[in-house]
Design a protein around this ligand. Structure first.
Ligand code: FAD
Length: 528
């Protein structure tokens, strides 16, 4: 059932079993799990079904650390959350090392191994409409013997990302929730603060604000916060007690260890053999592979191996090829395709003839492999990197003095990188250079600094906000426990990548949904 919170009389107190705050990927996935469960669910969503600048403005804040260029565009505040903006829906698994405690990496380690999550990863796949679970190279037609030597270990290996159809969670799953008699979605309902017992114990209620000045409360047996990786922390900090301590913040950890994935390019491989078989590595847009009867899109990428990360205490790093368009192919298209006619025919002809057997090989390959064929011959392949940001308590989310339309303190992002992050990028680049040279695959041309203290000039943080309510068994090292429950608050849970203890280089949403499904099972057990 859907209700517009603007119609709820001021002062109303809603009683429910489970209150989920936030209707994005995590909140909607959680709510769906309770349909027809007999458990009364109230989902509070800040926005409506369409974007509204006044509501989006509630996300505004300031950026005082290392410049976070896409801070304002990286989250979306209406039903469906940031899935209203995502353009790729690329999903992959963490590697087992991402979950392990690494003695040389401070704050590393989740409370359980990656394998613990496998049953829920399998259930999360269809939620993202990804099709059957399977991330082995052979699932995608890539044989080890077709991978060139430098990417077959020991330092680098090849992994895959799957792409689902772009699922806008609000549009796609909204109708199901609208039909559900035990789930009520309140649109335009902003959680303002949680009201908890002063000395620990349960949350009693959440105060809800409706623009411009509506107020009501929701009382529940269990609350789950699913407002995205930045707002999750802000909401706990805004729910401070009389002593000014935010909810779950007895150890000052809420908002700390804010992590993004680090994106940069600035490098290319000059291939020794321009006819090298590149079919193991798909470009930016991936390739289609017929898997278990259906055509599915995937991207294969090169990753620093777990073995090397473990041995050298390095953060994760992955790189993808950005295949350039071949001018000879464009010339050929202009010559043979009537709809592309134009340009200088003599010059195009000379370009095609000049390409010689390489072009013939490419055209034959293209016929054989369809659109999946990477361009060949290639002199150089530009690269695009993603590096892991390691947990760092100084990189953090706080609340400042500026106020939003409800009079609540706006978020302040103080994003910081560490010497360890820089060492990871420099060492990873150096290893790549050495491996390319050793194997004879090519030469790395790069402006990425390989010494101490300098960063790639184009480095920027991406849109994955992780770590601000991190998971750890020990309340002195994390905000939530292994079940995503806020330490010291018996009925408050967090969903989303704020709970990630480390972020690797994996795209987060598959893991967000996996943890949400696991949390739903846990909460059902508690409520039934
Ligand atoms: C351009 C772009 C591309 C992306 N591509 C990918 C990709 O390919 N693969 C991938 O894995 N991830 C990708 N992401 C990230 C992905 O969108 C997020 O990981 C995912 O949406 C996070 O889900 P969430 O539910 O935690 O947060 P969100 O989806 O952001 O949802 C949070 C919800 O909480 C609501 N809310 C906030 N505050 C309150 C409040 N006080 N009261 C009530 N409600 C509130 C918001 O309105 C929103 O609906 C991309 C993101 C962007 C911006």
């Amino acid at each position: 059932m859907f209700t517009d919170a603007r119609l709820v009389p001021a002062g109303t107190v809603i009683e429910t079993d489970l209150c989920i705050v936030g209707g994005g990927a995590a909140g909607i996935t959680l709510a769906r799990e309770f349909i027809n469960s007999g458990i009364r669910v109230t989902l509070l969503e800040s926005g409506g079904e369409q974007p509204d600048p006044a509501i989006q403005d509630l996300y505004a804040g300031s950026d005082i650390g290392r410049r976070y260029e896409i801070f304002q565009e990286s989250r979306v505040r209406y039903f469906g959350g940031t899935t209203n903006r995502w353009g790729g829906a690329w999903c992959d698994l963490p590697s087992p090392l991402d979950f392990e405690t690494r003695p040389g990496v401070a704050y590393s380690g989740w409370p359980f191994p990656l394998s613990e999550l496998e049953p829920w990863y399998r259930r999360a796949q269809p939620v993202l409409r990804l099709g059957p679970y399977g991330y082995a190279l052979t699932d995608w037609g890539i044989a080890q013997e077709n991978i060139p030597e430098p990417f077959r270990g020991p330092h680098f290996n090849v992994r895959v990302l799957q792409q689902g159809p772009i699922t806008r969670f609000g549009q796609y799953y909204g109708p199901e929730l609208r039909q559900a008699s035990n789930v009520t979605v309140y649109l335009n309902a902003n959680a303002l603060r949680f009201d908890a017992n002063e000395n620990g114990g349960p949350v009693r209620q959440v105060d809800v604000g409706v623009l411009p000045d509506g107020r009501f409360k929701v009382r529940a047996r269990i609350f789950i916060v699913a407002c995205g990786g930045i707002e999750n922390a802000r909401l706990l900090l805004l729910s401070e007690n009389a002593a000014g301590i935010g909810l779950g913040n007895e150890h000052g950890l809420v908002g700390r260890c804010f992590m993004l994935h680090l994106e940069y390019a600035s490098a290319a491989i000059a291939l020794k053999n321009p006819y090298a078989n590149l079919l193991f590595q798909t470009g930016e847009n991936g390739a289609i592979y017929k898997r278990l009867g259906a055509k599915r899109r995937f991207v294969s990428y090169i990753s620093l191996s777990d073995q090397t990360k473990r041995a050298l205490d390095l953060p994760a790093m992955r790189l993808r090829f950005q295949y350039p368009r071949l001018p000879q192919i464009d010339a050929l298209r202009r010559l043979v395709l009537p709809q592309e006619r134009g340009g200088n025919r003599m010059r195009d002809l000379a370009s095609v003839i000049g390409a010689g057997p390489g072009l013939t090989k490419y055209v034959v390959g293209r016929i054989k492999h369809g659109r999946n064929m990477p361009p060949s011959p290639l002199a150089a392949i530009p690269l695009r990197f993603t590096a892991e940001q390691l947990p760092n308590p100084d990189s953090r989310i706080t609340v400042g003095e500026d106020r939003d339309a409800f009079g609540l303190r706006k978020v302040v992002v103080d994003w910081r990188l560490s010497a360890e992050d820089q060492r990871g990028i420099a060492t990873g680049t150096r290893l790549l250079r050495e491996e390319l040279g050793r194997s004879g695959f090519g030469e790395l041309h790069s402006t990425i600094p390989e010494g101490e203290g300098e960063w790639p000039s184009d480095l920027r943080g991406d849109q994955h906000h992780m770590g601000t309510t991190r998971m750890a068994r020990d309340p002195k090292r994390g905000v939530v426990d292994e079940n995503c429950r806020v330490h010291g608050v018996e009925n408050l849970y967090m969903a989303g990548c704020s709970v990630f203890a480390t972020g690797g280089t994996f795209n987060p949403t598959l893991t967000i949904l996996t943890l949400a499904l696991r949390l739903a099972d846990h909460v059902k057990q508690r409520l039934q």
